[in-house]
Design a protein around this ligand. Structure first.
Ligand code: NAP
Length: 249
């Protein structure tokens, strides 16, 4: 039920962090992997080499959404098909809402929401044209549920991801596409380096996590394989928290 052999998973922003962890989990379940991002994914490719799967990587800046159809076409040409899309690439800008700039707004919205939508659309067009099934997994956040502080564009983008996940599930479930999201809690990656380094915030965050530790990229493996596999065929439009219990407090 969780076996992904014969499937191809496309994952954005997988040279590091959570994307790398999810690429490893999907490969371990048997999927061939396409890595899409702006930085060389050499470290991830090296980690994937332990599995008997094919890989392909495409270097592109996902702040622009104009190449999305080419990305899908190239993955299909190189790996023969595409079945799973993980929209993981994302950025965060921290500043007081009163001082927030147009660039801090647009740069975050473009990667986290605009490109996520148009890449999903290109993927869905391909799945529909092939009359087959597909899985879309969006990476949301605790700020899909909460407001956060000093991160207004990030909160807007990730709240948008939660809404869009439901909207696309409503439209694409009839076409055999499952659209769901994962909301990671506090994970130790580049994205949270500033929080981890801030002694006070670090202690506040740890004090609220029932599991008592920051998440590791490998902690997302089970959730992403579940949502990418046949096991979740009747699951639609959810945002699944993987947060060590943060939202339960
Ligand atoms: P990360 O280590 O900073 O990874 C982000 C990834 O996105 C990197 O591969 C990055 O590439 C890529 N990316 C960013 N902008 C891009 C662009 N314009 N074009 C192409 N690729 C781009 O952060 P992470 O923590 O693994 O974050 C992954 C996802 O999880 C994000 O959507 C984030 O919002 C979400 N998330 C993280 C946490 C957490 O606690 N860490 C919690 C909730 C949600 P570069 O390496 O080149 O920058």
């Amino acid at each position: 039920m969780f076996n992904l052999s014969g499937k191809v998973a496309l994952i954005t922003g997988a040279n590091t962090g959570l994307g790398q962890g999810m690429a490893i989990a999907l490969a371990e379940a048997g999927a061939d992997i396409a890595l899409i991002g702006r930085s060389d994914p050499a470290e991830t490719l090296q980690k994937l080499s332990q599995f008997d799967v094919k890989t392909h990587s495409i270097l592109t800046d996902l702040s622009q959404a104009d190449r999305v159809a080419d990305i899908i076409a190239e993955v299909v040409t190189k790996l023969g098909r595409v079945d799973i899309l993980v929209n993981n690439a994302g950025i965060i800008k921290r500043n007081a809402a009163i001082d927030f700039t147009l660039d801090e707004w647009d740069s975050v919205m473009n990667v986290n929401l605009r490109t996520l939508f148009f890449l999903s659309q290109a993927f869905a067009r391909h799945i529909v044209s092939e009359s087959k099934n597909g899985k879309i997994i969006n990476i949301a956040s605790m700020l899909t549920f909460q407001g956060g502080i000093r991160v207004p564009s990030y909160t807007a983008s990730k709240s948008g991801v939660g809404g869009l996940t439901k909207a696309l599930a409503n439209e694409w479930a009839p076409h055999g596409i499952n659209v769901n999201a994962i909301a990671p809690g506090y994970f130790a990656t580049n994205n949270t380096a500033a929080l981890q380094a801030d002694e006070k915030r670090n202690a506040e965050i740890l004090g609220r996590i029932p599991s008592g530790r920051w998440g590791k990229a490998s902690d997302l493996g089970g959730a992403v394989v579940f949502l990418a596999s046949q096991a979740s065929d009747y699951v639609q439009g959810i945002t699944l928290p993987v947060d060590g219990g943060w939202l339960s407090r």
